[in-house]
Design a binder for this molecule. Sequence first.
Ligand code: BES
Ligand code: ZN
Ligand code: ZN
Length: 520
Amino acid sequence: MDMKLMFQEAASFQTPLLVVFAVDIAIGKDADPLIALLTTSDAVANAAAAIIASDEFKGALGEQAVLHGPNGLKAERLLIVGLGKAKTLSVDDIRKAAGAAVRWAKPRGMRQVTIAFPEDHALSDEHLDDLPSALLSRALVEGAGLAEQDWDTYKSDRKDRSIETLIVVVPEGEESTTREIQLGFEEGRIVAEAQNFARSLVNEPGNVLTPTELGRRAAAMCAEKGLKCEVYSTAKLEELKMGAFAAVAKGSAQPPALIVMTYEPKLEKGKVLSQDAPVLGLVGKGITFDTGGISLKSADGMEKMKYDMAGAAAMIGAMHAISQFKPSVKVIGIVCSAENMPSGTAYKPGDVVTAMSGKTIEILNTDAEGRLVLADGLHYAKTLGCTHLINAATLTGACVVALGMINAGLFSNDEDTFERFSRATRVSGEKFWRLPCTDDYKDQIKSQIADIMNTGGSRWGGAISAAMFLREFAEDTPWIHLDIAGCAWNEEVKPWHPKGPSGVAVRSIIEWVRTFSTTS
Ligand code: BES
Ligand code: ZN
Ligand code: ZN
């Protein structure tokens, strides 16, 4: 989808579909909705006056109403999209409403969509707190870009319903605001593209996206974006003594892939990165299919386990964006990819394996494989010089039990790093909820015969046991662990997205990386 930003009046713009946003400014919980449009265009307001005056349109988030041949406008149709209550309006609502507009237009075969930039100053301050223009613009583009994706590449009767051009129209205004809107627009485009790339990887079935194929796709992306990429397999795992990662890979006929993507900032001539400059390690769980191994999962819903590489996809997606934001910080993306299979060569419950760090691990359950591949990934990142670590993984069902599908789990061993990440989520709009991984929980992973074991001693606090396990490998290096098991796949259709891969964590990781940069 081609995206353009144009500074001109919405009313005089010729388009098949003009989109305008509406909020409910009524105060009080039980008050009848009172609809106001986020536009300063009198012509648009007049065209929509009758439906706004009726009580047919309530302005709920994602609600849509369409007018054909709207009076006084050049547009063939006017689509009004609700943003919900004005008082609680957030940038994330804009992201969703922009998505709802695109998803309304797409199945109706519209090739061009024009969105009137949400002018929050159209309302007085008593109704709406000012939202930063750059963020509004960015969220608008992200929402539209994400909503354009459908997961129909494997349908033979696939109809091409893509929207070719998205135009955002903004009335001419102050120069500083204009610049901010432009900046946000460019950022949104980069982020949406990266997140969609991650989602497209997650969408691929396990027979297509093997570890080797994931390596190929990461390498192709890196080649296109000017990042260094190395893809290793079994021999390298042996050389590095990655006993935990290798154990998981053993049961499959598909060889594992250790993918290392490196972004080096280009500094001004004569400048070098200082010795104590941070190096960020982005480590992703890339299980391209998780059968559970010898501790085989039940058949019910097992097909979902093709998305057990969503953490890896998030890191590859983040590197995609980082190559364009060009922050002044070195970033290394590490993906540990394998297929978890039961077979005559598979690792077994009771086995003891030695991780790259030297720690010994007793295997209690071969379905707790994610933490094993990440253990070696995290340690390896440290040996490459990473000073700060972040990992993302569809790690535990227990995290889904704890938090459901709205918030992903977040764990950290460092307050500053946690704070930084929280700040990043305010920009990304993604929801993470912190859970503990303090020493109090150490006993949960104590093994009788090895240093640690790969599951908790009991069922309770399973997401925490997994985090405690990973913490053993991050050790004192500031670290964030994101358990995205419940959020990586959208199980429900919403006005702004279909069922399928969500691309969760990509936006927050990009933003977290950017907080370390002095240039972008
Ligand atoms: N990939 C799964 C976790 C998962 C569950 C992801 C649901 C997405 C949705 C992981 O490898 C796993 O199987 N974890 C086990 C750990 C247990 C054996 C300690 C689990 O959560 O049941
Ligand atoms: Zn598993
Ligand atoms: Zn898994």
